[in-house]
Design a protein around this ligand. Structure first.
Ligand code: MN3
Length: 241
């Protein structure tokens, strides 16, 4: 190991130790391997079509992982927990920082996204329990939450994501990020919009264009049918713990 690779590896390890517990404790470690979809590509039909799911997981997500691997190789870094890498990008080597931001973000965001969906009718049709109570308290009603979240996705200009996060103070908030950024990215996202994502919606055209073309609001309306509320509730409980 030469001096340079030692320094970059050491700074990645330092980054991991600097992460505040509020941003990480609730989130599973994400490594470099791509998990298979937790359901068949056609399982979200008719809301999300099989071809979109196949390309989205098999090509788009897979490419983020490949390119992240290339960036880490160029930086002579070990992957470790990819969440650690993207949470404190200032610690990443400058030449590879943008590639790690875009492709590390892409890998992490999609790993979550597949889990936040499930075949329609396979679980609760909406939030319940403590999550439902918190959504009502924060946004007035579940319908109002869904309206505001859908607006965050609709108004995101170009490519990006809408998010439901648990902030460091335990409060829920709706945010949105461009490209493959996400609410864990310190220094990229405004401090007030940092938090643990418990639900996210991909509004890149690649997520919906084959079936919905330019009609992003129709995609968002249909997407509510396949939200995995069991998983969202789990994330909420963990983030609050
Ligand atoms: Mn996508």
């Amino acid at each position: 190991m030469n001096r340079r690779s030692f320094l970059t590896t050491a700074s990645a390890a330092t980054a991991a130790t600097l992460i505040t517990p509020t941003s990480h404790a609730a989130l599973a470690v994400i490594g470099m391997e791509q998990a298979p979809l937790p359901y068949a590509p056609e399982a979200l039909e008719p809301h999300i079509d099989a071809m979109t799911m196949g390309i989205h997981h098999g090509k788009h997500h897979a490419t983020y992982i490949t390119k992240l691997g290339e960036a880490l190789t160029a930086a002579k870094m070990q992957a470790g927990n990819v969440i650690d890498l993207i949470s404190d990008l200032a610690q990443m080597p400058e030449e590879q920082r943008t590639a790690i931001r875009n492709n590390g973000g892409g890998h992490v965001n999609h790993t979550w996204f597949w889990k936040w969906m499930a075949p329609a009718g396979s679980g609760p049709q909406g939030p319940d329990g403590k999550l439902a109570e918190a959504l009502q308290t924060t946004f007035g009603s579940i319908d109002e939450f869904k309206k505001l979240f859908a607006e965050a996705g609709t108004k995101r200009f170009g490519s990006g994501w809408a998010w439901l996060i648990v902030k460091a103070d335990g409060k829920l908030a709706i945010t949105s990020t461009p490209n493959q950024d996400n609410p864990l990215m310190k220094g990229v996202v405004a401090d007030a919009e940092l938090g643990t994502p418990i639900l996210g919606l991909d509004v890149w055209e690649h997520a919906y264009y084959l079936k919905y073309q330019n009609k992003r609001p129709d995609y968002i309306a249909a997407w509510w049918n396949v939200v995995n509320w069991t998983e969202v509730a789990k994330g909420y409980e963990a983030a609050k713990a």
